[in-house]
Write a protein that binds this ligand. Structure first.
Ligand SMILES: C[S@@+](CC[C@H](N)C(=O)[O-])C[C@H]1O[C@@H](n2cnc3c(N)ncnc32)[C@H](O)[C@@H]1O
Length: 241
C-alpha cells in the first residue's frame, strides 16, 4: 500500500503541468520529512502542480510553509515565441484552494533573482523549476543554494534533455563536494547539502552521473510505453540508495 493518499494523486493530476507522478511523490516525501528548521522554497510554480505536491507533503509532516516564487507571466516556452506574458496566477490560486493548501503556501509574485535579494529565511527544501536558460538556472543555483541548510535537499527539475538545468546539475551537484545522497527521479536531480562529502559519496555521485547520462541519451528514443516504464524502474533500482 502506498504511503501517499490517492487523493493527492488525483488532485495534482487535475492541474496542468509537466511533473510526473514519481517526481511528485519525491517532492511529497522530502517535504514530509522537513522538520521546521527551515522553510520550503519553490522557484517556478506555473499552475501549482508541484506546489500542491510539496504542500500536501508538508501538511502530512511538520506543516512547514511553502514559499512559491513565480512572477506568473510564464517562461519562454509558454509564451510560444510571442514574448507576451501568460498570466497563471488566478488559476494557480484556484488550484491551491481546491487542494486545500492555500493556508500553507505563501505565493511570492516576483522573479527568483529579485526575490533572493530580500529572502532571509533558512531553507530546508529548495525546488528549482523556473527559467530554464543556463544563465538563469546558474543564477538560481548561486543565489539560493547558500540559503539551503546543511542536511536540506536541493531538487532541480528538467535536468534530462534541457540544456540549462542539466549543465548546472552536472557542474554543481553531481561533480560537487557539497552534496551527498545524490540521485534522480525521471528529470529531477536531487541531493542533500553537506558541509563535506566522503570519498564514497563522491564515487557514488560519479556512478549516478554515469547513469544519468545514459538515461538522458535513452530518453531521446521513444520505446513502447511498457518498455519505457520497465526502463525507468530499472534506472531507479540501479541507483542503490
Ligand atoms: C516549467 S514551469 C513550472 C512548472 C511547475 N513547477 C509545475 O510543476 O507545474 C516554469 C515557471 O517558471 C516561471 N518563471 C520563469 N522565469 C522565472 C523567474 N525568473 N523566477 C521565478 N519563476 C520564473 C514561469 O512563470 C513558469 O510558471
Amino acid at each position: 500500500m502506498s504511503d501517499i493518499p490517492e487523493q493527492v494523486h488525483s488532485l495534482t493530476e487535475a492541474v496542468e503541468g509537466w511533473l510526473t507522478r514519481e517526481e511528485g511523490e519525491l517532492l511529497y516525501r522530502l517535504a514530509r520529512r522537513c522538520t521546521g528548521r527551515g522553510v520550503i522554497v519553490e522557484i517556478g510554480s506555473y499552475k501549482g502542480r508541484s506546489t500542491i505536491w510539496l504542500a500536501k507533503g508538508a501538511q502530512a509532516g511538520a506543516g512547514v510553509p511553502v514559499y512559491a516564487i513565480d512572477p506568473h507571466t510564464g517562461s519562454e516556452e509558454h509564451q510560444a515565441g510571442t514574448g507576451e506574458a501568460v498570466w497563471t496566477y488566478d488559476e494557480f490560486l484556484t488550484n491551491l484552494r481546491r487542494a486545500g493548501v492555500e493556508q500553507i503556501v505563501l505565493p511570492v509574485l516576483a522573479e527568483s533573482q529579485q526575490a533572493a535579494r530580500t529572502f532571509d529565511q533558512p531553507i530546508e527544501l529548495l525546488f528549482i523549476d523556473g527559467d530554464h536558460r543556463y544563465e538563469a538556472v546558474r543564477a538560481d543555483f548561486n543565489l539560493w543554494v547558500p540559503k539551503l541548510l546543511d542536511g536540506g535537499y536541493l531538487l532541480m527539475h528538467d535536468t534530462i534533455r534541457w540544456d540549462g538545468p542539466r549543465r548546472v546539475a552536472r557542474e554543481s551537484v553531481y561533480r560537487s563536494r557539497c552534496f551527498r545522497d545524490i540521485g534522480f527521479v525521471h528529470s529531477i536531480t536531487f541531493g542533500q547539502k553537506a558541509a563535506s562529502s566522503t570519498q564514497a559519496d563522491r564515487l557514488r555521485a560519479r556512478y549516478v552521473l554515469l547513469l544519468h547520462t545514459v538515461y538522458d541519451v535513452l530518453s531521446a528514443i521513444k520505446p513502447p510505453p511498457l518498455l519505457k516504464r520497465a526502463a525507468k524502474a530499472l534506472f531507479m533500482r540501479l541507483q542503490i540508495r
